[in-house]
Design a protein around this ligand. Structure first.
Ligand SMILES: Cc1ncc(COP(=O)(O)O)c(C=O)c1O
Length: 467
């Protein structure tokens, strides 16, 4: 029990008092607050393994790992111990100098990636992507032929999410996330995602893949390759609705980038650290990026930490004598603190020691198998994903594929919640298309827990009246 906080299970008076304080002072993201006056959001008091417990003592299976981040599960004593010891030993030191946990974590990331490069730490996925954009622009400026104009544009895919800050939001191609915040940063443009279920079905996968790549190539040609700094993709689109690309897609994007001098940036903020059944999402296809970004599973949410890793040839364009302006003029006060990097390092040690990527592959396959019977329901159009990143697309009917309305999608989520199972969906993404349920449980999920998740979802879906 932390001093100053109430015990985990609250009396009804304590709960009501806390609810009032919440309503009086806390602004929650992604939420309309009006109903909170009557019913404040659930107050989560504790977590262990795949479960969280609210202030009334009700325990929930967390099928979304918080915000897709608690890869190793809640309540790990050794992560708390590492943070505690590191806080006493060296609570803070900036990376304008150096410190051991930062050095060791950077070294570990490079080792895991399997190529030479340099790691820049920040605190969130959005910042990691902002950092990638700045590295890409500066790299392009410092390697441009004499007289060339700036390569400043970025291409991302519709449905992709890359963060909430102005640059990362500009790369995000989800109209509802941008509503009322525009105009955003100039120079960000989008192409269609490789979304086989909606746009490819009925065609051989390679034919569809070629069409997706042609669109990217033509966009680059129309815009002028010499004006484009980078292409940013999640290997598997996660929050945009769990979209797994065709087998040849990343290879094709890589080839186009190589031909045009455009940098390929992978956003592995969700995909990374075992989530998709490999240590990194791109390992499924063996295609390396120029720059890669991590957050979430990097510390399993135990500390705010993110990383942007540039390959060595990118980094070398920043080398020069002191006094020149070629160095990276970018700094984050809390990026890569001794405590967050020590926790990140131990978190990766747990992922490796407990073979959590392999476990995600095995449990993901099992869960995917159990979810297949959902397809017997007329409102289930597709079940897809890799590892423990799975999506269930709900439609009015399987022929038109019209997305199921909000009321239907919410009924499924609420029905699961009534059984104390939390699942996610692609909230506030594409107008009219927030119809993909998302399962993203901690990688420590057991077979019994996977059964519970699958059975609960089955009952919730089959409670929907067919249209
Ligand atoms: C793929 C992806 N990139 C970037 C972000 C932004 O991360 P953060 O919320 O830590 O800024 C997210 C967050 O959900 C994400 O899913």
């Amino acid at each position: 029990m932390v001093a100053g906080l109430t015990p985990n299970k609250l009396s009804s008076k304590q709960s009501a008092d806390l609810g009032k304080m919440d309503a009086d002072s806390l602004w929650h993201g992604m939420a309309q607050h009006k109903p909170f006056a009557q019913k404040p959001p659930k107050c989560i008091q504790s977590g262990s393994g795949c479960y969280v417990t609210d202030a009334d003592g009700a325990e929930y299976f967390d099928g979304v790992s918080g915000l897709w981040c608690v890869n190793v599960g809640y309540g790990r004593q050794e992560l708390a111990d590492v943070a505690y010891e590191q806080m006493l030993n060296l609570s803070y030191s900036p990376l304008t100098m150096s410190h051991e946990p930062g050095i060791r974590l950077a070294h570990k990331l490079i080792e895991l990636l399997g190529y030479e490069g340099k790691v820049f730490f920040s605190t969130s996925g959005s910042e990691a992507n902002e950092t990638a954009f700045k590295i890409a622009r500066q790299y392009q400026a410092q390697t441009a032929p004499a007289g060339a104009g700036p390569r400043y544009k970025f291409i991302s895919r519709y449905r992709g999410y890359h963060g909430h800050t102005m640059g990362a939001l500009s790369a995000t191609a989800q109209a509802e996330r941008k509503l009322k915040y525009e105009p955003l940063v100039p120079g960000f443009m989008h192409v269609a995602p490789p979304y086989y279920y909606r746009f490819g079905e009925g065609q051989p996968e390679d034919v569809y893949n070629a069409a997706c790549l042609r669109e990217l190539e033509m966009t680059i040609r129309y815009e002028g390759a010499e004006s484009i700094a980078g292409v940013i993709v999640e290997p598997i689109i996660s929050g945009g609705g769990v979209i797994v690309p065709p087998a040849g897609y990343l290879r094709g994007v890589r080839d186009i980038c190589d031909r045009t001098g455009i940098l390929l940036i992978y956003d592995e903020v969700v995909n990374g650290f075992g989530r998709t059944g490999r240590m990194f999402g791109h390992h499924h296809w063996g295609v390396e990026p120029d720059i890669i970004t991590f957050a979430k599973g990097l510390t399993s949410g135990y500390m705010p930490l993110s990383a942007t890793v540039a390959k060595q040839h990118i980094f070398e364009a920043f080398l020069d004598e002191p006094g020149s302006d070629r160095h990276f003029r970018h700094i984050s006060t809390y990026g890569g603190t001794p405590v967050s990097t020590a926790v990140g390092l131990r978190n990766i040690e747990i992922v490796e020691r407990e073979h959590l990527a392999e476990r995600a592959a095995e449990m993901g396959e099992y869960l995917m198998g159990r979810l297949q019977r959902l397809l017997d329901h007329p409102h289930v159009g597709d079940v897809r994903g890799k590892g423990l990143l799975l999506g269930v697309e709900l439609v009015k009917d399987k022929v038109s594929k019209t997305p199921l309305d909000d009321a239907g999608v919410m009924a499924v989520i609420k029905s699961c919640l009534d059984q104390r199972v939390m699942i996610g969906r692609n909230t506030n993404t594409i107008p009219g298309f927030t119809n993909v349920l998302i399962l993203c449980p901690p990688l420590v999920i057991t077979r019994e827990e996977a059964d519970r998740l699958a059975d609960t979802l089955y009952q919730a879906v089959f409670a929907l009246a067919p249209a």
